[in-house]
Design a protein around this ligand. Structure first.
Ligand code: PLP
Length: 404
């Protein structure tokens, strides 16, 4: 029989968060092992349940959500998003500039498919949320990674960005607050990025899915509001702050001048039409989420569960010899560094496999986030404090004898 092969388009596409190490974890679970999973930012299974009013509204809306919606999404949700962003001074945003999607993920793929020709370049942070790199590659583009500087609290290195801009660069991706580092970018860094985008006529793609998960007074600034003269795509959704990742509910807002981007926007319309619409019941969660009580604040303010877990995990990690970790100011993740002098790691995926097999603990290796060296890994701090303590003890025990 003729061999059935994957398309060549997939040759350079990878998404390691759900890669071979996870497959091995599933195999171990099938054998009866209990795996402590610190690999995915999925709040609900850790007991972070959705606000009640969201569930009530979605259930109430179910009978009216049986048909397809407009391909950009139901008007009530898009109106709520427009109002939400008006307060944040997003420029020139009409409800026709808002697209609802099956999570931010679908919209990221659409944004790249609509924009890139073979060889077009997109600037993407390193480390990144790897869907951005995968989506750019799948669309035929070339992801070009700019470095975020751990010494500077993981802020994007503006000089590195500037040095990587070519006449093929079409867009710059900004993930703020950042996954995996937890960095929340200062205004001057965002202004620096905007200035480069202005100078080189780049589109800005801002992934702000963690904009409400902020610790210790960290302040989030949307780049779209900061640079009203630039064409900007802002991505956000309900998966994290509203804990309904399974609903697959996200949106994309186009702001700033659009006259010169008509062709691209028509392309986005075609892509939105092709997938008919986003899951309609989940679209009904958006208005109540944005307009309702913001229960996420109880989790991140002093005494809040997320804040406590972040503090505990961060403190314990930094006590492990040869491990250091920048304190996350936002999001749900820690991205610790293994000092190469103490823990020389040649292959960080191997490290994740070995940690899994010896300690039954699942993390994601740093190169899975397009980080260039084998000296980091990512873990989520969603489990309860007792489980995080257990996890940190396992990491410490493992590292005390591990070598590659
Ligand atoms: N963007 C970032 C930075 C993420 O961390 C994630 C999920 O972890 C997503 C996008 C995907 O979000 P969604 O569930 O809306 O597809």
């Amino acid at each position: 029989m003729r061999l059935v092969s994957q398309s060549k388009k997939l040759a350079s596409v990878c998404y390691e968060i759900r890669g071979p190490v996870l497959a091995e974890a599933k195999r171990l679970e099938d054998e009866g092992h209990r795996i402590l999973k610190l690999n995915i930012g999925n709040p609900a299974p850790f007991g972070f349940e959705a606000p009640e009013d969201i569930l009530v509204d979605v259930i109430r809306a179910l009978p009216t959500a049986q048909g397809y919606s407009d391909s950009k999404g139901i008007v009530s949700a898009r109106r709520a998003i427009k109002q939400h962003y008006e307060v944040r001074e997003f420029p020139r945003l009409d409800i026709e500039d808002i697209y609802l999607g099956n999570g931010v993920s679908e919209l990221i793929v659409m944004a790249m498919q609509g924009l890139l020709n073979n060889g077009d370049e997109v600037l993407i942070p390193a480390p990144d949320y790897p869907l951005w790199t995968a989506a750019a590659s799948l669309a035929g583009g070339t992801p070009v990674h700019y470095i975020c500087d751990e010494q500077a609290g993981w802020a994007p290195d503006l000089d590195d960005i500037a040095s990587k801009i070519t006449d093929r660069t079409k867009a710059i991706v900004v993930i703020n607050p950042n996954n995996p580092t937890g960095a929340v970018y200062p205004v001057d860094v965002l202004e620096g990025i905007a200035e480069l985008a202005r100078k080189h006529q780049l589109i800005i793609m801002a992934d702000e899915i963690y904009d409400k998960i902020l610790y210790e007074g960290a302040k989030h600034t949307s780049i779209a509001g900061l640079a009203p003269d630039l064409f900007c795509l802002t991505f956000n959704g309900l998966s994290k702050a509203y804990r309904v990742a399974g609903f697959r509910s996200g949106w994309l807002a186009l702001t700033g001048p659009k006259e010169h981007a008509r062709s691209y926007i028509e392309g986005l319309d075609v892509l939105a039409n092709m997938r008919l619409c986003a899951n309609v019941p989940a679209q009904h969660a958006i208005q109540v989420a944005l307009g309702g009580y913001q229960s996420i604040n109880e989790l991140i303010h002093p005494g809040g569960r997320l804040l406590e877990q972040r503090d505990k995990a961060w403190e314990m990690l930094n006590q492990i010899p040869g491990v250091s970790c920048t304190k996350p100011q936002g999001a749900l993740y820690l991205f610790p560094r293994l000092d190469p002098k103490v823990h020389p790691i040649r292959d960080d995926e191997r490290f994740a496999f070995d940690l899994l097999s010896e300690e039954k603990l699942l993390v994601v290796h740093g190169t899975g986030f397009n980080w260039p060296s084998h000296d980091h890994f990512r873990l989520v701090f969603l489990p309860r404090v007792e489980e995080l303590e257990d996890a940190m003890q396992r990491i410490e025990r493992f590292l005390s004898t591990y070598s590659q």
